[in-house]
Design a protein around this ligand. Structure first.
Ligand code: ZN
Length: 91
């Protein structure tokens, strides 16, 4: 392996330990809840989830979106890390 590739691999390892370097612009994921699977998406318009709680728009979030926010943490913009408009607590 040439030294140029070794340098790139070393840099990749360093980047991988610095998740704040990454900002997701959009993503889609399936999350297994206790009773069913749900599709969670992040788009420029914000978060969405296929579950009943999110679709009812009562809370404007759900446990699946909140779980994704906790997992992705620093890899989300400030807006995407806190999905509720009112009373959002920093994670
Ligand atoms: Zn949900």
């Amino acid at each position: 392996m040439n030294s140029s590739m070794i340098g790139k691999i070393e840099k990749a390892h360093r980047y991988a330990h610095e998740p704040e370097r990454v900002k997701f612009n959009s993503l889609g994921a399936t999350i297994s809840g206790d009773n069913d699977e749900y599709h969670v998406t992040l788009s420029p318009d914000g978060w969405s989830c296929s579950c009943h709680t999110f679709q009812s728009h009562i809370l404007e979030t759900c446990s699946h979106v909140m779980a994704m926010q906790l997992m992705l943490g620093k890899m989300l913009s400030d807006d995407d890390r806190y999905s509720t408009q009112d009373g959002a607590e920093p994670l």
